[in-house]
Design a protein around this ligand. Structure first.
Ligand code: TRP
Length: 330
């Protein structure tokens, strides 16, 4: 059987950025060729911190449209909005009943996020966030979960819960492997190339849906170094190396070859050509996203079809879980 892959992304910004794309989403697209893929917009995870309803709705549609435009093919993959499949919440309840409070409290992302707003105001949803994530994964019997390093602990919890449930109630869940994506590019902040690109640093972050002029400006103001040789050395020349990584990804030309082409040339040229490479990717992408967004009925149609397919898998797992627990058949 084709191994199943599952991953999700939160609809917490108006646009995905180059770091999301090259670090994760590009890999989602590639995995469609070799895996049975389930991808989703994690709108239920998003509400664990305060969201404006109108913004959330728009961002969910925009996220879905961007995934389609980037190449997630609804004929190959199951592409859903999490809240459209009620089994996620239902399984989460069961999993929360076999999760220790101490275990949940130990999650470093919870500790970080709850510390931010003051621990007393953090929601219970933020605490149970990783349990919902476990439910997302186990519901589909996923074999592999491509995620970034920051999600490793959540994956460990997912595995622990799967093993625990299987041990207590009999074989029920596939125990998933974290597929920490190593081969993909690590994209850094344009203004602080020692930090990962993130939406919390707008001037260092290239959003896929930014106006083209903005993207050009951001790349041209990228921090480089006081040297003047274009070379790939992520430790000593982090800024220049980051631009080379981005340019290589969007031109398909290997980095050493790019470096050769810049022999005797200055950083200005590198920036200009990196900008051109990014723009040639985002311009047609934006046109596709726009066309999806002008036809939300078609988007909703795709969402519905996918969630019907997802529920066929999810409801089977949930029925098995309820049966194993000793719930009386409805
Ligand atoms: N927590 C993940 C993130 O912020 C998103 C997510 C939710 C997810 N559910 C998931 C990722 C299930 C993988 C599998 O990146």
């Amino acid at each position: 059987m084709t191994p199943r892959v599952l991953s999700g992304i939160q609809p917490t910004s108006d646009s995905f950025h180059v770091g999301n794309h090259l670090g994760a989403l590009q890999n989602w697209v590639a995995m469609q060729e070799t895996h049975d893929c389930v991808y989703f917009i994690a709108d239920m995870h998003a509400i664990t911190v305060e969201q404006d309803p109108k913004t959330l709705r728009n961002r969910t549609l925009l996220s879905y449209a961007q995934l389609l435009a980037l190449g997630i093919d609804p004929n190959k993959s199951t592409l859903i909005v999490q809240s459209h499949v009620p089994e996620h919440a239902q399984l989460m309840w069961v999993m929360s009943s076999i999760t220790g409070l101490g275990e949940a409290n130990r999650m470093t992302q919870f500790k970080d996020k709850s510390a931010k707003g003051g621990a007393a105001t953090a929601s219970v949803g933020l605490l149970t966030y990783p349990i919902l994530q476990a439910a997302d994964i186990l519901l589909y019997q996923a074999n592999a979960v491509p995620v970034g390093e920051d999600q490793r602990q959540h994956l460990e919890l997912t595995r622990d819960l799967a093993i625990r449930f299987n041990g207590r109630f009999g074989e029920t869940f596939t125990v998933p492997e974290a597929h920490i994506v190593k081969g993909t590019a690590k994209i850094q902040d344009l203004q602080d190339p020692t930090a990962k690109m993130s939406k919390s640093s707008p001037s260092g972050c290239i959003n896929l849906l930014d106006p083209l002029k903005t993207t050009e400006k951001k790349i041209k103001s990228a921090v480089t170094d006081s040297d003047s040789v274009v070379a790939f050395d992520p430790v000593n020349k982090a800024g220049v190396s980051n631009l080379l990584t981005i340019m290589s990804a969007y031109t398909g030309t290997a980095i050493p070859e790019l470096v050769k082409g810049f022999e005797g040339r200055m950083y200005g040229d590198l920036k200009k050509e990196t900008a051109a490479a990014v723009l040639s990717f985002v311009e047609p992408l934006q046109a596709k996203v726009d066309s999806y967004m002008t036809d939300p009925a078609e988007l909703e149609n795709l969402m519905r079809k996918s969630s019907t397919r997802a529920r066929e898998i999810a409801s089977k797992t949930l029925a098995d879980v309820h049966d194993k627990l000793g719930f009386v058949h409805p």
